[in-house]
Design a protein around this ligand. Structure first.
Ligand code: HEC
Ligand code: HEC
Ligand code: HEC
Ligand code: HEC
Ligand code: HEC
Length: 233
Protein backbone atom coordinates (compact mmCIF):
# COMPACT_ATOMS: atom_id res chain seq x y z
CA UNK A 1 0.00 0.00 0.00
CA UNK A 2 1.25 3.50 -0.72
CA UNK A 3 1.41 6.07 2.06
CA UNK A 4 -1.55 7.96 0.61
CA UNK A 5 -3.62 4.79 0.54
CA UNK A 6 -2.71 4.01 4.13
CA UNK A 7 -3.93 7.41 5.25
CA UNK A 8 -7.10 6.98 3.23
CA UNK A 9 -7.55 3.64 4.98
CA UNK A 10 -7.27 5.33 8.39
CA UNK A 11 -10.28 7.46 7.55
CA UNK A 12 -12.31 4.31 6.99
CA UNK A 13 -11.40 2.80 10.33
CA UNK A 14 -14.58 3.49 12.32
CA UNK A 15 -16.60 1.86 9.54
CA UNK A 16 -14.38 -1.23 9.60
CA UNK A 17 -14.58 -1.66 13.38
CA UNK A 18 -18.34 -1.22 13.50
CA UNK A 19 -18.78 -3.67 10.60
CA UNK A 20 -16.67 -6.19 12.53
CA UNK A 21 -19.05 -6.07 15.47
CA UNK A 22 -22.16 -6.78 13.39
CA UNK A 23 -23.84 -10.09 14.09
CA UNK A 24 -22.17 -12.83 12.13
CA UNK A 25 -23.97 -15.84 10.73
CA UNK A 26 -21.85 -18.62 9.18
CA UNK A 27 -22.48 -19.22 5.47
CA UNK A 28 -23.56 -22.67 4.27
CA UNK A 29 -20.50 -24.90 3.91
CA UNK A 30 -19.27 -25.41 0.32
CA UNK A 31 -19.47 -28.85 -1.27
CA UNK A 32 -16.13 -30.64 -0.82
CA UNK A 33 -14.62 -33.20 -3.24
CA UNK A 34 -14.80 -35.85 -0.48
CA UNK A 35 -17.29 -35.76 2.41
CA UNK A 36 -14.58 -35.60 5.09
CA UNK A 37 -16.00 -35.61 8.63
CA UNK A 38 -14.02 -33.86 11.35
CA UNK A 39 -16.17 -35.49 14.05
CA UNK A 40 -15.26 -39.00 12.84
CA UNK A 41 -11.54 -38.20 12.75
CA UNK A 42 -10.99 -35.66 15.55
CA UNK A 43 -14.02 -36.29 17.80
CA UNK A 44 -13.63 -37.93 21.21
CA UNK A 45 -13.70 -41.75 21.37
CA UNK A 46 -16.73 -41.79 23.70
CA UNK A 47 -18.71 -40.04 20.97
CA UNK A 48 -17.63 -42.46 18.26
CA UNK A 49 -14.68 -40.38 17.05
CA UNK A 50 -11.07 -41.41 16.63
CA UNK A 51 -9.47 -38.58 18.62
CA UNK A 52 -6.80 -37.81 15.99
CA UNK A 53 -5.09 -34.61 17.22
CA UNK A 54 -5.74 -31.51 15.07
CA UNK A 55 -2.03 -31.03 14.53
CA UNK A 56 -1.51 -34.58 13.23
CA UNK A 57 -3.12 -33.26 10.03
CA UNK A 58 -2.64 -29.48 10.31
CA UNK A 59 0.97 -29.94 11.35
CA UNK A 60 2.34 -26.55 10.36
CA UNK A 61 -0.06 -24.59 12.62
CA UNK A 62 2.68 -23.94 15.20
CA UNK A 63 5.52 -23.19 12.79
CA UNK A 64 4.05 -21.45 9.78
CA UNK A 65 1.76 -18.60 8.78
CA UNK A 66 -0.65 -21.26 7.40
CA UNK A 67 -2.08 -24.16 9.37
CA UNK A 68 -2.02 -26.22 6.15
CA UNK A 69 -4.35 -28.84 4.69
CA UNK A 70 -3.03 -32.44 4.76
CA UNK A 71 -1.75 -34.09 1.57
CA UNK A 72 -3.34 -37.14 -0.09
CA UNK A 73 -0.25 -39.05 1.10
CA UNK A 74 -1.12 -38.36 4.74
CA UNK A 75 -4.70 -39.65 4.26
CA UNK A 76 -3.68 -42.88 2.51
CA UNK A 77 -1.03 -43.47 5.17
CA UNK A 78 -3.98 -44.57 7.32
CA UNK A 79 -6.53 -45.73 4.77
CA UNK A 80 -4.50 -47.65 2.17
CA UNK A 81 -2.12 -50.42 3.30
CA UNK A 82 1.24 -50.39 1.54
CA UNK A 83 0.84 -46.77 0.41
CA UNK A 84 4.50 -46.09 1.13
CA UNK A 85 5.50 -48.61 -1.59
CA UNK A 86 7.07 -47.31 -4.86
CA UNK A 87 4.81 -45.16 -7.06
CA UNK A 88 4.72 -47.89 -9.74
CA UNK A 89 2.55 -50.01 -7.42
CA UNK A 90 -0.05 -47.29 -6.87
CA UNK A 91 -2.39 -48.83 -9.44
CA UNK A 92 -3.05 -51.67 -6.98
CA UNK A 93 -4.00 -49.33 -4.13
CA UNK A 94 -7.13 -50.50 -2.29
CA UNK A 95 -9.11 -48.94 0.54
CA UNK A 96 -8.78 -50.95 3.76
CA UNK A 97 -11.41 -49.04 5.74
CA UNK A 98 -14.00 -47.73 6.51
CA UNK A 99 -16.21 -50.65 5.59
CA UNK A 100 -19.11 -49.69 7.87
CA UNK A 101 -22.07 -51.76 6.58
CA UNK A 102 -20.03 -53.08 3.67
CA UNK A 103 -18.39 -51.75 0.54
CA UNK A 104 -21.58 -50.07 -0.73
CA UNK A 105 -21.79 -47.79 2.33
CA UNK A 106 -21.51 -44.01 1.85
CA UNK A 107 -18.35 -43.90 3.94
CA UNK A 108 -16.69 -46.55 1.78
CA UNK A 109 -17.68 -44.70 -1.42
CA UNK A 110 -16.23 -41.44 -0.08
CA UNK A 111 -13.07 -43.30 0.90
CA UNK A 112 -12.88 -44.83 -2.60
CA UNK A 113 -12.66 -41.28 -4.02
CA UNK A 114 -9.54 -40.83 -1.90
CA UNK A 115 -8.02 -43.99 -3.42
CA UNK A 116 -8.75 -42.71 -6.93
CA UNK A 117 -7.01 -39.37 -6.29
CA UNK A 118 -4.06 -41.35 -4.95
CA UNK A 119 -3.93 -43.75 -7.92
CA UNK A 120 -3.88 -40.78 -10.29
CA UNK A 121 -1.19 -39.02 -8.26
CA UNK A 122 -3.51 -36.06 -7.70
CA UNK A 123 -4.02 -33.71 -4.79
CA UNK A 124 -7.57 -33.47 -3.44
CA UNK A 125 -9.10 -30.15 -4.60
CA UNK A 126 -10.43 -29.08 -1.18
CA UNK A 127 -12.44 -25.85 -1.25
CA UNK A 128 -10.87 -23.27 1.03
CA UNK A 129 -13.27 -21.85 3.65
CA UNK A 130 -11.35 -19.41 5.88
CA UNK A 131 -9.58 -16.53 4.17
CA UNK A 132 -8.57 -13.08 5.38
CA UNK A 133 -8.16 -10.60 2.51
CA UNK A 134 -4.75 -10.03 0.90
CA UNK A 135 -4.19 -6.70 2.68
CA UNK A 136 -4.27 -8.36 6.13
CA UNK A 137 -1.94 -10.97 7.59
CA UNK A 138 -2.74 -13.67 10.07
CA UNK A 139 0.19 -15.75 11.37
CA UNK A 140 -1.04 -19.09 12.77
CA UNK A 141 2.14 -19.96 14.61
CA UNK A 142 2.04 -16.79 16.76
CA UNK A 143 -1.49 -17.60 17.91
CA UNK A 144 -0.91 -21.31 18.51
CA UNK A 145 2.40 -20.78 20.32
CA UNK A 146 0.95 -18.11 22.59
CA UNK A 147 -1.39 -20.83 23.90
CA UNK A 148 -4.74 -20.25 22.16
CA UNK A 149 -6.90 -23.30 21.44
CA UNK A 150 -7.97 -24.00 17.85
CA UNK A 151 -11.60 -24.06 19.07
CA UNK A 152 -11.47 -20.49 20.41
CA UNK A 153 -11.36 -19.26 16.82
CA UNK A 154 -12.71 -22.25 14.84
CA UNK A 155 -15.48 -23.44 17.19
CA UNK A 156 -16.34 -27.06 18.09
CA UNK A 157 -14.55 -28.63 15.09
CA UNK A 158 -14.43 -32.03 16.82
CA UNK A 159 -18.25 -32.11 16.56
CA UNK A 160 -18.50 -30.91 12.96
CA UNK A 161 -19.59 -33.19 10.16
CA UNK A 162 -19.16 -30.45 7.57
CA UNK A 163 -16.54 -27.77 8.22
CA UNK A 164 -17.87 -24.20 8.38
CA UNK A 165 -16.47 -20.80 9.33
CA UNK A 166 -17.39 -20.34 13.00
CA UNK A 167 -15.99 -16.80 13.56
CA UNK A 168 -16.47 -13.71 11.41
CA UNK A 169 -12.70 -13.10 10.86
CA UNK A 170 -13.59 -9.42 10.59
CA UNK A 171 -11.16 -6.80 11.85
CA UNK A 172 -13.41 -6.05 14.85
CA UNK A 173 -13.12 -9.70 15.89
CA UNK A 174 -9.30 -9.61 15.75
CA UNK A 175 -9.11 -6.30 17.63
CA UNK A 176 -11.57 -7.48 20.27
CA UNK A 177 -9.22 -10.25 21.32
CA UNK A 178 -6.04 -8.18 20.98
CA UNK A 179 -7.56 -5.54 23.29
CA UNK A 180 -8.39 -8.22 25.85
CA UNK A 181 -12.13 -7.77 25.52
CA UNK A 182 -12.84 -11.30 24.24
CA UNK A 183 -13.02 -13.75 27.16
CA UNK A 184 -10.62 -16.71 27.07
CA UNK A 185 -10.50 -19.88 29.19
CA UNK A 186 -8.41 -19.69 32.39
CA UNK A 187 -5.80 -21.97 30.78
CA UNK A 188 -5.48 -19.74 27.72
CA UNK A 189 -5.41 -16.58 29.85
CA UNK A 190 -2.53 -17.97 31.92
CA UNK A 191 -0.62 -19.00 28.79
CA UNK A 192 -1.12 -15.62 27.11
CA UNK A 193 -0.04 -13.80 30.30
CA UNK A 194 3.15 -15.84 30.36
CA UNK A 195 3.96 -15.84 26.63
CA UNK A 196 2.62 -12.76 24.85
CA UNK A 197 5.58 -10.64 23.73
CA UNK A 198 3.30 -7.58 23.92
CA UNK A 199 2.53 -8.22 27.62
CA UNK A 200 6.19 -9.02 28.31
CA UNK A 201 7.24 -5.70 26.75
CA UNK A 202 4.81 -3.75 28.93
CA UNK A 203 5.92 -5.69 32.00
CA UNK A 204 9.56 -4.82 31.26
CA UNK A 205 8.68 -1.15 30.82
CA UNK A 206 6.98 -1.23 34.25
CA UNK A 207 9.97 -2.92 35.86
CA UNK A 208 12.17 -0.18 34.43
CA UNK A 209 10.05 2.42 36.18
CA UNK A 210 8.03 3.68 33.19
CA UNK A 211 4.61 5.22 33.86
CA UNK A 212 2.13 2.72 32.41
CA UNK A 213 -1.10 4.52 33.32
CA UNK A 214 -1.58 5.88 29.80
CA UNK A 215 -0.93 2.51 28.19
CA UNK A 216 -3.28 0.72 30.59
CA UNK A 217 -6.03 3.36 30.78
CA UNK A 218 -8.45 2.15 28.09
CA UNK A 219 -7.61 -1.53 27.69
CA UNK A 220 -6.05 -2.77 30.94
CA UNK A 221 -6.21 -6.40 29.76
CA UNK A 222 -4.66 -5.83 26.33
CA UNK A 223 -2.93 -8.98 25.02
CA UNK A 224 -1.48 -8.03 21.65
CA UNK A 225 -0.66 -5.03 19.50
CA UNK A 226 -3.38 -3.04 17.72
CA UNK A 227 -0.97 -1.09 15.48
CA UNK A 228 -2.31 -1.02 11.92
CA UNK A 229 1.01 -2.15 10.46
CA UNK A 230 1.11 -5.30 12.60
CA UNK A 231 -1.83 -6.73 10.64
CA UNK A 232 -1.73 -4.74 7.38
CA UNK A 233 0.86 -4.78 4.61
C1 HEC B 1 -7.40 -36.60 9.62
C2 HEC B 1 -6.96 -35.25 9.29
C3 HEC B 1 -7.58 -34.07 10.00
C4 HEC B 1 -7.72 -33.88 11.37
C5 HEC B 1 -7.36 -34.80 12.51
C6 HEC B 1 -8.27 -32.54 11.52
N1 HEC B 1 -8.45 -31.96 10.30
FE1 HEC B 1 -9.08 -30.09 9.93
N2 HEC B 1 -9.13 -30.45 7.94
C7 HEC B 1 -8.73 -31.63 7.33
C8 HEC B 1 -9.07 -31.58 5.92
C9 HEC B 1 -8.81 -32.67 4.90
C10 HEC B 1 -9.65 -30.32 5.68
C11 HEC B 1 -10.21 -29.78 4.35
C12 HEC B 1 -11.62 -30.29 4.12
C13 HEC B 1 -12.65 -29.62 4.97
O1 HEC B 1 -12.69 -28.39 5.00
O2 HEC B 1 -13.42 -30.34 5.66
C14 HEC B 1 -9.68 -29.63 6.97
C15 HEC B 1 -10.16 -28.36 7.16
C16 HEC B 1 -10.06 -27.65 8.37
C17 HEC B 1 -10.38 -26.26 8.54
C18 HEC B 1 -10.91 -25.32 7.47
C19 HEC B 1 -9.88 -25.02 6.41
C20 HEC B 1 -10.37 -24.00 5.42
O3 HEC B 1 -10.56 -24.37 4.25
O4 HEC B 1 -10.58 -22.85 5.79
C21 HEC B 1 -10.17 -25.95 9.86
C22 HEC B 1 -10.38 -24.61 10.52
C23 HEC B 1 -9.74 -27.16 10.51
N3 HEC B 1 -9.68 -28.17 9.58
C24 HEC B 1 -9.48 -27.26 11.85
C25 HEC B 1 -9.25 -28.47 12.51
C26 HEC B 1 -9.23 -28.62 13.96
C27 HEC B 1 -9.43 -27.49 14.95
C28 HEC B 1 -9.00 -29.93 14.22
C29 HEC B 1 -8.97 -30.63 15.57
C30 HEC B 1 -10.17 -30.50 16.39
C31 HEC B 1 -8.84 -30.60 12.93
N4 HEC B 1 -9.03 -29.69 11.93
C32 HEC B 1 -8.54 -31.96 12.75
C33 HEC B 1 -8.11 -32.68 7.97
C34 HEC B 1 -8.06 -32.87 9.35
C1 HEC C 1 -4.62 -41.31 11.60
C2 HEC C 1 -5.42 -42.09 10.68
C3 HEC C 1 -6.31 -41.39 9.68
C4 HEC C 1 -5.96 -40.38 8.81
C5 HEC C 1 -4.62 -39.65 8.68
C6 HEC C 1 -7.12 -40.14 7.97
N1 HEC C 1 -8.14 -40.97 8.33
FE1 HEC C 1 -9.96 -41.08 7.44
N2 HEC C 1 -10.61 -42.31 8.90
C7 HEC C 1 -9.83 -42.84 9.90
C8 HEC C 1 -10.67 -43.63 10.79
C9 HEC C 1 -10.17 -44.42 12.01
C10 HEC C 1 -11.99 -43.56 10.26
C11 HEC C 1 -13.25 -44.22 10.83
C12 HEC C 1 -13.38 -45.61 10.25
C13 HEC C 1 -14.52 -46.39 10.83
O1 HEC C 1 -15.06 -46.03 11.88
O2 HEC C 1 -14.88 -47.42 10.19
C14 HEC C 1 -11.91 -42.73 9.07
C15 HEC C 1 -12.99 -42.46 8.25
C16 HEC C 1 -12.90 -41.83 7.02
C17 HEC C 1 -13.99 -41.65 6.08
C18 HEC C 1 -15.43 -42.07 6.30
C19 HEC C 1 -16.07 -41.05 7.25
C20 HEC C 1 -16.05 -39.66 6.66
O3 HEC C 1 -15.25 -38.83 7.15
O4 HEC C 1 -16.75 -39.42 5.64
C21 HEC C 1 -13.48 -40.98 5.00
C22 HEC C 1 -14.20 -40.59 3.73
C23 HEC C 1 -12.08 -40.69 5.29
N3 HEC C 1 -11.76 -41.25 6.52
C24 HEC C 1 -11.25 -39.94 4.47
C25 HEC C 1 -10.02 -39.43 4.88
C26 HEC C 1 -9.27 -38.40 4.18
C27 HEC C 1 -9.69 -37.73 2.90
C28 HEC C 1 -8.13 -38.19 4.90
C29 HEC C 1 -7.04 -37.17 4.64
C30 HEC C 1 -7.44 -35.78 4.69
C31 HEC C 1 -8.16 -39.09 6.04
N4 HEC C 1 -9.31 -39.82 6.00
C32 HEC C 1 -7.15 -39.20 6.97
C33 HEC C 1 -8.47 -42.66 10.05
C34 HEC C 1 -7.70 -41.72 9.38
C1 HEC D 1 -6.59 -16.69 16.93
C2 HEC D 1 -7.48 -17.42 16.07
C3 HEC D 1 -7.08 -18.75 15.50
C4 HEC D 1 -6.54 -19.84 16.16
C5 HEC D 1 -6.20 -19.98 17.62
C6 HEC D 1 -6.39 -20.87 15.16
N1 HEC D 1 -6.81 -20.41 13.94
FE1 HEC D 1 -6.87 -21.46 12.19
N2 HEC D 1 -7.42 -19.77 11.17
C7 HEC D 1 -7.65 -18.54 11.76
C8 HEC D 1 -7.80 -17.54 10.72
C9 HEC D 1 -8.05 -16.06 10.95
C10 HEC D 1 -7.66 -18.22 9.48
C11 HEC D 1 -7.64 -17.60 8.08
C12 HEC D 1 -6.18 -17.27 7.79
C13 HEC D 1 -5.86 -16.73 6.43
O1 HEC D 1 -6.74 -16.57 5.58
O2 HEC D 1 -4.66 -16.47 6.18
C14 HEC D 1 -7.45 -19.62 9.80
C15 HEC D 1 -7.28 -20.64 8.86
C16 HEC D 1 -7.10 -21.99 9.20
C17 HEC D 1 -7.01 -23.07 8.23
C18 HEC D 1 -7.12 -22.90 6.73
C19 HEC D 1 -5.90 -23.31 5.98
C20 HEC D 1 -4.61 -22.63 6.33
O3 HEC D 1 -3.57 -23.13 5.89
O4 HEC D 1 -4.55 -21.60 7.03
C21 HEC D 1 -6.83 -24.22 8.94
C22 HEC D 1 -6.67 -25.64 8.40
C23 HEC D 1 -6.78 -23.87 10.35
N3 HEC D 1 -6.95 -22.50 10.46
C24 HEC D 1 -6.59 -24.77 11.38
C25 HEC D 1 -6.29 -24.41 12.69
C26 HEC D 1 -5.86 -25.34 13.73
C27 HEC D 1 -5.70 -26.83 13.55
C28 HEC D 1 -5.65 -24.60 14.86
C29 HEC D 1 -5.11 -25.07 16.22
C30 HEC D 1 -3.84 -25.78 16.19
C31 HEC D 1 -5.96 -23.21 14.54
N4 HEC D 1 -6.33 -23.14 13.22
C32 HEC D 1 -5.90 -22.14 15.43
C33 HEC D 1 -7.73 -18.29 13.10
C34 HEC D 1 -7.24 -19.13 14.10
C1 HEC E 1 -8.52 -15.12 20.60
C2 HEC E 1 -7.57 -14.03 20.58
C3 HEC E 1 -7.03 -13.53 19.27
C4 HEC E 1 -7.70 -13.39 18.07
C5 HEC E 1 -9.16 -13.71 17.77
C6 HEC E 1 -6.75 -12.83 17.14
N1 HEC E 1 -5.53 -12.65 17.75
FE1 HEC E 1 -3.82 -11.98 16.85
N2 HEC E 1 -2.79 -12.30 18.58
C7 HEC E 1 -3.34 -12.71 19.77
C8 HEC E 1 -2.27 -12.85 20.76
C9 HEC E 1 -2.46 -13.25 22.22
C10 HEC E 1 -1.08 -12.55 20.09
C11 HEC E 1 0.35 -12.64 20.64
C12 HEC E 1 0.92 -11.31 20.96
C13 HEC E 1 2.39 -11.35 21.25
O1 HEC E 1 3.02 -12.40 21.45
O2 HEC E 1 2.93 -10.26 21.25
C14 HEC E 1 -1.44 -12.19 18.73
C15 HEC E 1 -0.53 -11.78 17.75
C16 HEC E 1 -0.86 -11.38 16.47
C17 HEC E 1 0.08 -10.90 15.49
C18 HEC E 1 1.58 -10.76 15.68
C19 HEC E 1 1.86 -9.49 16.38
C20 HEC E 1 3.33 -9.24 16.51
O3 HEC E 1 3.64 -8.31 17.25
O4 HEC E 1 4.12 -9.95 15.90
C21 HEC E 1 -0.64 -10.59 14.36
C22 HEC E 1 -0.11 -10.05 13.04
C23 HEC E 1 -2.03 -10.89 14.64
N3 HEC E 1 -2.11 -11.35 15.94
C24 HEC E 1 -3.05 -10.72 13.74
C25 HEC E 1 -4.37 -11.12 13.98
C26 HEC E 1 -5.43 -11.01 12.99
C27 HEC E 1 -5.29 -10.44 11.59
C28 HEC E 1 -6.55 -11.54 13.58
C29 HEC E 1 -7.92 -11.67 12.99
C30 HEC E 1 -8.06 -12.25 11.66
C31 HEC E 1 -6.18 -11.94 14.93
N4 HEC E 1 -4.86 -11.67 15.13
C32 HEC E 1 -7.06 -12.52 15.83
C33 HEC E 1 -4.65 -13.00 20.02
C34 HEC E 1 -5.67 -13.05 19.05
C1 HEC F 1 -5.32 -7.33 14.78
C2 HEC F 1 -5.25 -7.13 13.35
C3 HEC F 1 -5.65 -5.80 12.76
C4 HEC F 1 -5.25 -4.56 13.17
C5 HEC F 1 -4.37 -4.19 14.35
C6 HEC F 1 -5.81 -3.63 12.24
N1 HEC F 1 -6.54 -4.31 11.28
FE1 HEC F 1 -7.56 -3.47 9.71
N2 HEC F 1 -8.26 -5.31 9.17
C7 HEC F 1 -7.89 -6.49 9.75
C8 HEC F 1 -8.52 -7.57 9.04
C9 HEC F 1 -8.39 -9.05 9.36
C10 HEC F 1 -9.29 -6.99 8.00
C11 HEC F 1 -10.12 -7.74 6.95
C12 HEC F 1 -11.47 -8.13 7.48
C13 HEC F 1 -12.39 -6.98 7.49
O1 HEC F 1 -12.53 -6.30 6.45
O2 HEC F 1 -13.02 -6.76 8.54
C14 HEC F 1 -9.10 -5.55 8.11
C15 HEC F 1 -9.69 -4.62 7.27
C16 HEC F 1 -9.38 -3.29 7.26
C17 HEC F 1 -9.90 -2.32 6.31
C18 HEC F 1 -10.88 -2.64 5.19
C19 HEC F 1 -12.27 -2.60 5.74
C20 HEC F 1 -13.32 -3.08 4.78
O3 HEC F 1 -14.50 -3.05 5.20
O4 HEC F 1 -12.99 -3.51 3.68
C21 HEC F 1 -9.36 -1.10 6.61
C22 HEC F 1 -9.59 0.21 5.91
C23 HEC F 1 -8.50 -1.29 7.77
N3 HEC F 1 -8.54 -2.64 8.13
C24 HEC F 1 -7.75 -0.30 8.38
C25 HEC F 1 -7.04 -0.45 9.55
C26 HEC F 1 -6.37 0.64 10.26
C27 HEC F 1 -6.36 2.08 9.80
C28 HEC F 1 -5.80 0.10 11.38
C29 HEC F 1 -5.05 0.79 12.51
C30 HEC F 1 -5.79 1.81 13.23
C31 HEC F 1 -6.07 -1.33 11.35
N4 HEC F 1 -6.82 -1.62 10.24
C32 HEC F 1 -5.63 -2.25 12.31
C33 HEC F 1 -7.06 -6.65 10.84
C34 HEC F 1 -6.47 -5.63 11.55
Amino acid sequence: MTRALRIAALALLPVAVVAGCRDYKPADPPEQPIAFYHNVHAGPVEKGGNAIPCMYCHYTADRSVDAGIPSTQLCVGCHVPGSSAPTALRGQAALAFPKVKGTDSTWFKEGQKLVNYWKNGEGIPWVRIHKVPEHAKFPHYTHVNVGLECQTCHGPVQEMEEMYQFSSLRMGWCIDCHRGEMPLSPKETAAVQARSSFIQRIRRLGENGADLRGLRATFPNQRASTDCMVCHY
